[in-house]
Design a protein around this ligand. Structure first.
Ligand SMILES: [Zn+2]
Length: 96
């Protein structure tokens, strides 16, 4: 499972690829909100199903040219799985 990108803007690179711009969030295909809980439609976010969230990291990403800001909450939400090879998704499952 890898997060994709939702962003406030987009631009088209020289090779024709549509890339995110502005403020970016992590998004998983099939969801109608970002990883941090922002509704895509209400926030006017565009979806980039072909761009991995790790690619918009200004420090390391290859698709970060027009990215102004990466949502810190989405970074935190994906950080654990980026650092380790085994994502530690702990589902809180309270039992009665
Ligand atoms: Zn976010």
């Amino acid at each position: 499972m890898s997060a994709r990108v939702a962003a406030t803007g987009s631009w088209t690179a020289d090779d024709g690829a549509r890339l995110p711009a502005g403020e970016v969030h992590a998004w998983e295909p099939g969801q109608n909100q970002t990883l941090c809980g922002v509704p895509l439609h209400r926030a006017g976010l565009r979806r980039f199903a072909g761009v991995a969230f790790t690619d918009v990291d200004p420090a390391t990403g290859g698709s970060a040219d027009a990215v102004r800001e990466v949502c810190p909450r989405c970074l935190a939400a994906t950080g654990a799985s980026r650092r380790g090879r085994h994502p530690r998704w702990q589902r809180t499952d309270p039992r009665p």
